[in-house]
Structure formats: structure tokens, C-alpha cells
Design a protein around this ligand. Structure first.
Ligand code: TXA
Ligand code: MG
Length: 320
């Protein structure tokens, strides 16, 4: 990763600071900001130089496209072409933790770097009030991957962002911890809807909205050789991970779920998946910072947000 020596400014979500953040974006700078899922690393999606800065700061492979953030459906339609299913999903889940991968609209003005050579663009209207205010203050589309070095654990606090990218980005807007805690669900259209990444909107809710099962459930990697972000090793702590562990072995830290004994961090002692999702990256960051060499993880049910949690855990456990 390149050396940089920027003084990363920590901004508050006040109107004055958000105006400053929007000004930094207008100048081609990188500004990390909270969304309801995870913190994003934002740049002006219309500027090649700004978008290139995201790839540089994260050490992100150039073939892995970025999600474009907009305040609402109207702004999204200026960027991408929506079919009926996409409109139905946007109406049901936007603003919120859902990304739609759609054909890019001609004349959208988006930098081609955002798409990494694809004819489609990933687009999302986040629900977090600070993200909404920043997008409106900026007045244009903002490209934003998760604000972590490529391959590492996603950030759910401003502190996580500073630990991973401090000195590489102009500013981070501190909006407190992210409520959902793991990334958006990604749906593509080929042309029927397919699940590209499980996330903050449970796939059951998407299937119910569409009135049909969602293709790709449980088979993300096989179905989407073309979704470049689905690199196997991702969200990785430094520690080795052992999933579906009944308990901890000597030398292991335990990332618990449910009423387990001896957890070093419990995602949800009551076994609540929403709480566990919100705590997942917090727990991984914490055990990682404590220098755990190996992390055992309690079993998590494969339903609702549990699918997204297990997806992230499997990637965190995959060999680099
Ligand atoms: O919740 C989220 O989605 C967060 C917040 C910041 O919005 N963002 C996020 O971005 O998770 P990132 O870059 O870490 O993950 C984006 C994923 C990648 O797997 C990427 O490959 C996929 O979206 N993606 C983006 N555009 C795509 C496209 N045109 N076709 C296929 N996959 C795409
Ligand atoms: Mg990411």
C-alpha cells in the first residue's frame, strides 16, 4: 500500500462540518462517512481522479467495481436503467441496506472507473441520516466502498476507519456506530433478479417482495463468477478463524453467539441475529486488536441476517 501523510480530519455530523465534507468531495478528496450498514469511503463518482484515489487508498484491485451512493430513486435513475423488479425493490427497501446492480445509463457522467469495465453499475440509496445529509449537501453521486483496507474487516465506527485508513483519507465524518453493522444486500439482474451478496436486507424479505425465490441464494460464488467483489478471502482479521465451534480450544478466543460459556466477545447472548449483525465487525476488530492468534466462532443459524453473518464469517475464515 502507498505511503501517505495526510492529516485525516475527524468531522462531526453538524451542518457546518457536512458542508466542509461536501467541499472536500468537490475538491476531489476522499471522505469516509457513516451509513446504516458500514462506513463508506466516499469520492465524487464523476471524477476519474477522485475515484482512482479510492482504489489507491484501499489498495483495492482495479477489477473490483464500487457502489454509487445517491439520496433517492430519482438520482439513481439518472445513473442507471431500472426494470420493473428493480423498481419494486427500490420502492420497498430504499433508502436502506440494498444495492442494485443495473445497466449504466448513457450520459450518466459516472467515471468508468466506478464500474471497473462492467456495463452495469452498483447503486444504493442509504438510509442513514448523516449519509443522506452529506449526499444532499454534495449534490452528486458518491462512489463509496467500505472504508477499510482491501480484504480487511469492514468499519462500523469512525475509530475503525482511522485505524485502517488514517493518513490516507482527507476526513472521516463521525456518526457513531452503524446500526445494521454489515454491508448491503446486492441484487443483480441477468435479466431476472439474482443474489450477488447477502447483507442487511434478509433474502427472505427480497423474495417476498418479488413474489418468487431469489436465484443464487446459498450459491453466491458459483452463480456470480462475474461479481468481482466476491473474492473468497475477505473481511479477514489477522487471526485464524474456526467456525461452528462448540467451545474454545487452548489458545483460542471465542466469538460467541447465544448462551455460551467463556465467550471473549458475545455477538448476542440472547441469540438475536439483528444484534449479532450489528456486533459482528465490532467483535472481530476487538479480538483482532487484542492480538488473538485464533478465533473460534459459535454456530449461527443460516436464516434471515444469519446468512449474511455466515457469509462474512466464511470469507473471514478463508485462507488468504
Ligand atoms: O453496505 C454497503 O454496501 C457498503 C456501504 C459503504 O454502502 N459498501 C460496500 O462496498 O460494501 P464494497 O466495495 O465493500 O462492496 C461492494 C460490492 C463488491 O463486492 C463489488 O464487487 C460489488 O459490490 N459491485 C459493485 N458494482 C458492481 C457491478 N457493477 N457488478 C457486480 N458487482 C458489483
Ligand atoms: Mg468491502
Amino acid at each position: 500500500m502507498p505511503e501517505t501523510n495526510l492529516q485525516t480530519r475527524v468531522l462531526s455530523p453538524s451542518p457546518d462540518d457536512l458542508a466542509r465534507a461536501a467541499g472536500l468531495l468537490r475538491g476531489g478528496g476522499l471522505v469516509a462517512f457513516p451509513t446504516e450498514t458500514v462506513y463508506g469511503l466516499g469520492a465524487d463518482a464523476r471524477s476519474d481522479a477522485a475515484v482512482a484515489g479510492i482504489y489507491r487508498a484501499k489498495g483495492r484491485p482495479a477489477f473490483n467495481p464500487l457502489i454509487v451512493h445517491v439520496p433517492d430513486l430519482d438520482a439513481a435513475r439518472a445513473c442507471a436503467r431500472f426494470g420493473d423488479d428493480a423498481l419494486r425493490l427500490a420502492a420497498a427497501f430504499w433508502p436502506g441496506p440494498l444495492t442494485l446492480v443495473l445497466p449504466v445509463r448513457e450520459g450518466s457522467g459516472l467515471s468508468p472507473l466506478v464500474r471497473a469495465g462492467h456495463g452495469t453499475v452498483g447503486i444504493r440509496a442509504p438510509g442513514h441520516p448523516v449519509a443522506q445529509s452529506l449526499l444532499r449537501a454534495f449534490g452528486g453521486p458518491v462512489a463509496a466502498p467500505s472504508a477499510n483496507p482491501s480484504g480487511r474487516i469492514s468499519p462500523t465506527t469512525a475509530d475503525h476507519v482511522l485505524a485502517g485508513l488514517g493518513g490516507r483519507v482527507e476526513a472521516v465524518v463521525d456518526g457513531g456506530p452503524c446500526a445494521v453493522g454489515l454491508e448491503s444486500t446486492i441484487v443483480g439482474f441477468v435479466p431476472g433478479p439474482v443474489l450477488l451478496r447477502p447483507g442487511g436486507v434478509p433474502t427472505e424479505a427480497i423474495a417476498a417482495c418479488l413474489g418468487a425465490p431469489l436465484r443464487g441464494e446459498g450459491a453466491v460464488n458459483d452463480l456470480t463468477p462475474d461479481a468481482p467483489g466476491q473474492l473468497t478471502s475477505h473481511y479477514a482479521p489477522v487471526a485464524r478463524m474456526r467456525l461452528n465451534a462448540a467451545g474454545k480450544a487452548p489458545g483460542e478466543a471465542l466469538l460467541g453467539f447465544g448462551p455460551v460459556k467463556g465467550a471473549d466477545f458475545n455477538l448476542s447472548a440472547s441469540g438475536d441475529l439483528t444484534e449479532a449483525a450489528a456486533n459482528l465487525f465490532v467483535g472481530l476488530h476487538r479480538l483482532d486488536r487484542r492480538g488473538a492468534k485464533a478465533i473460534a466462532v459459535s454456530p449461527i443459524p443460516e436464516a434471515g441476517l444469519g446468512r449474511a453473518i455466515n457469509d462474512r464469517l466464511r470469507r473471514a475464515a478463508a485462507p488468504p
